[in-house]
Design a protein around this ligand. Structure first.
Ligand SMILES: *Cc1c(COP(=O)(O)O)cnc(C)c1O
Length: 237
């Protein structure tokens, strides 16, 4: 596919996705401006991420530092300055790299990672704090990332005490085999627990291409959409 054809395809996908998101907001009686669309560009080339940024898509998401770091550098070299959201499982030894380009980390799920991100954010010379969301493992199977529901509040306290991190809210992926509505209702309870620690931490990152309507109905403030915007990925990543 030529560059122009791909750009036109991305523009159409983006417009269709924004319309679908606006319709989901209307169905839920919500203002479309209350839900932020994050286009998850993982596995797609930097040229696609750049095209989306040029089309006015401000928020971009990635799930692996090895892929995200060069992509962020590529866009910066093109003079593009999107808001990068890191949404994948994160190892402590990648905290420094991620703090170098990400504005948001959606996958904060353990105290040792909080400490690593705090250290990285403190020494990175950033002019703003790093925004942190607590990833919740709604079914308690933490192998896919996330903190068990019962440990959300103490983790929130730890982030709130970190000077270079801003506690912003919660994130989750609906567990396999769960009704999305049940998952996102439980996430809303977790959001309440976090707001007991910091009433300003109101963000709820929930909803992917297959379940964003349910997430919007349950109060999501951020949806993370990959396939809807970029197309099917060639392999699971
Ligand atoms: C890949 C990914 C998404 C986007 O998934 P789609 O099904 O392509 O919309 C959202 N969140 C996370 C954490 C992801 O890894």
């Amino acid at each position: 596919m030529t560059t122009d054809a791909r750009r036109a395809q991305l523009r159409d996908n983006l417009n269709r996705t924004r319309e679908a998101l606006a319709a989901a907001c209307a169905d839920a009686g919500r203002d479309p401006a209350s839900v932020r669309l994050i286009a998850v560009t993982k596995t797609f080339p930097a040229a696609d991420a750049a095209a989306l940024a040029e089309l006015g898509q401000r928020d971009l998401g990635e799930n692996r530092d090895q892929e995200a770091a060069p992509k962020a550098a590529d866009l910066a070299a093109r003079g593009l300055d999107p808001v990068w959201h890191f949404v994948g499982q994160l190892q402590r030894n990648k905290a420094r790299s991620v703090a170098g380009y990400a504005h948001w980390v959606h996958s904060v799920d353990r105290a040792r990672l909080v400490d690593a991100l705090e250290g990285a954010a403190a020494s990175s010379g950033r002019d703003r704090n790093l925004n942190a969301l607590i990833q919740v493992s709604l079914d308690g199977d933490t192998s896919r990332g996330g903190v068990p529901v019962a440990e959300v509040e103490p983790l929130a306290e730890r982030i709130a005490a970190a000077r270079h991190l801003d506690l912003k809210g919660v994130m989750a992926v609906a567990p396999l085999g769960w009704e999305p509505a049940r998952a996102f209702a439980l996430l809303r309870e977790c959001s309440e627990a976090v707001r007991r620690v910091d009433p300003a931490a109101t963000e709820v990152s929930a909803g992917m291409s297959g379940d964003f309507r349910e997430a919007v109905a349950c109060g999501a403030t951020m949806v993370r959409l990959g396939r809807n915007v970029l197309g099917e990925r060639e392999s699971m990543a």
